[in-house]
Design a binder for this molecule. Sequence first.
Ligand code: PXL
Length: 284
Amino acid sequence: MKRLKRVAAIHDISGFGKCSLTVALPIISAAGIETTVLPTAVLSTHTGGFTGFTYRDLTEDIAPITEHWKSLDIQFDAIYTGFLGSFEQLDLVTRFFKAFKTDDNIILVDPVMADNGELYKIFSPEFAVGMSKLCEQADIIVPNLTEAALLLGEKYNPGPYTEAYIEETMKKLSALGPQKIVLTGVFFNDEELGAATYDAVTGEVAYAFEKRIPGYYHGTGDVFGSALLAAILNDFRLNEAAAIAVRFTTSAIKKTAEAGTDIRYGVNFEQSIPEFLRDLKLQG
Ligand code: PXL
C-alpha cells in the first residue's frame, strides 16, 4: 500500500484559543493526511485579545529538527507554514523549503501577520517585507485582504470590493512568485463573505461565498488554510477546495455564534468535521 500523503505543518502551538497547530493537526489528520508538526513556539494562548500570555520561543530547535528529518529522508507532499514570530524564523523556514521542496510537492504559505487593516501587535511593518520574501517561494499563498495589502506595500482597502479590485490584487500577488492565490475575507455586499482564487497558469479566477455571520472570530484563517490544504491533497481543484474550506469555516463560525462563546476562544470546527468529510467525499 502507498504511504499516506504527508504534510509538514510549521506553526506555533498556542495551548488555548484554537489556532495554528491545535487547528491544523486535527483538521488535516481528519482528512486522511499525515501531519508532521514543527512547532515554532509554545504559547499559553494566542496573542489576539489576551494579555499575560507565555511565549516559549523554539527558534533554536528549527534547524536541528530540519536536519534530523532530512537524515531520515522524510518526504512531504506539502509544506504548510502559518504564524512565524521573527525574521530568523522566516530564514529558517526558507532553509526548510530548500531541504524538502521537490518538483512534486507544494509549499503553502499563509502569511499570518494582520487582519482588519491592522498588523498583529507583535509585528513591525518591516516584518511584512520579510513575509513577502517567504511568499515568493510558495506555490500557493492564502492572505486575507489586510495581508495582501501589506505584501504589496499598498494601502488597506476595507471593502466592499469589486471583482476588478480582487482580480487585480490576486494578479499582483502572483507576480511575487506563487502560481496560486487564495484571497480570504472577500465580499461584494453585506450578505456574503468568502474567498477568491486565481491560478496564474490557467488564468482561472473563481469565487466561493457563504452567508456572512457577524463578528470577528479568532483562528478562522487557520481553520480555512488547513481545510483548503486538506482538500487540495484530496485532489480537489483549487476553486473546489476553496469552496469546501469556506463552507467548513462558515459552519464552524455558525456553531460558535449559536453557542455564544467568547470570540477569542476560537471556533467550534470540531463539530463541523463530519460535514467537512462528507464534502471531501471521505464519508457517506
Ligand atoms: O491564528 C493566527 C495566530 C497564530 N498564532 C498566534 C497568534 C495568531 C494570531 O493572532 O497570535 C500565536
